[in-house]
Design a binder for this molecule. Structure first.
Ligand SMILES: Nc1nc2c(ncn2[C@@H]2O[C@H](COP(=O)(O)OP(=O)(O)OP(=O)(O)O)[C@@H](O)[C@H]2O)c(=O)[nH]1
Ligand SMILES: [Mg+2]
Length: 105
């Protein structure tokens, strides 16, 4: 019920938890296929990269089959590695939000 008022979507994935990758991926596919979000820009955030055992962006892209996902999706998709704990990537997230909200699709 929130989707119709959504101008930008941040999808947070726990990059330190391999057991949740498949369910995250299915959840993301489900969000991407929701009609009200068809033209909403999406930022996928791979979080918790401060932890020693996090999965890298290269690994996550491969596990999520991101190339296929991006080419099939109707919305622009951007990916970033972040740590909500130490603030890594925060500036890039804010920059993305500013530009996503300035140029609605
Ligand atoms: N190390 C680290 N911890 C984080 C980060 N972001 C959130 N957390 C911590 O993660 C904990 C919450 O766990 P999450 O896995 O995000 O919670 P959840 O996904 O709702 O719960 P689960 O379904 O059990 O995974 C809190 O203690 C947060 O402080 C981060 O970037 N790095
Ligand atoms: Mg979690």
């Amino acid at each position: 019920s929130y989707y119709s008022e959504c101008s930008a979507l941040l999808f947070v994935v726990d990059a330190s938890n391999p057991t949740q990758v498949s369910s995250s991926c299915i959840q993301l596919l489900s969000v991407l296929s929701a009609a009200p979000l068809a033209s909403v820009p999406v930022l996928v955030l791979f979080n918790k990269i401060d932890l020693p055992c996090y999965m890298s962006l290269v690994e996550m892209k491969s596990l999520f089959r991101m190339q296929d996902m991006v080419s099939c999706a109707t919305q622009p998709i951007t990916m970033l590695e972040i740590s909500a704990r130490d603030g890594t990537g925060l500036a890039e997230v804010l920059q993305w939000l500013r530009s996503a909200l300035r140029e609605p699709c």
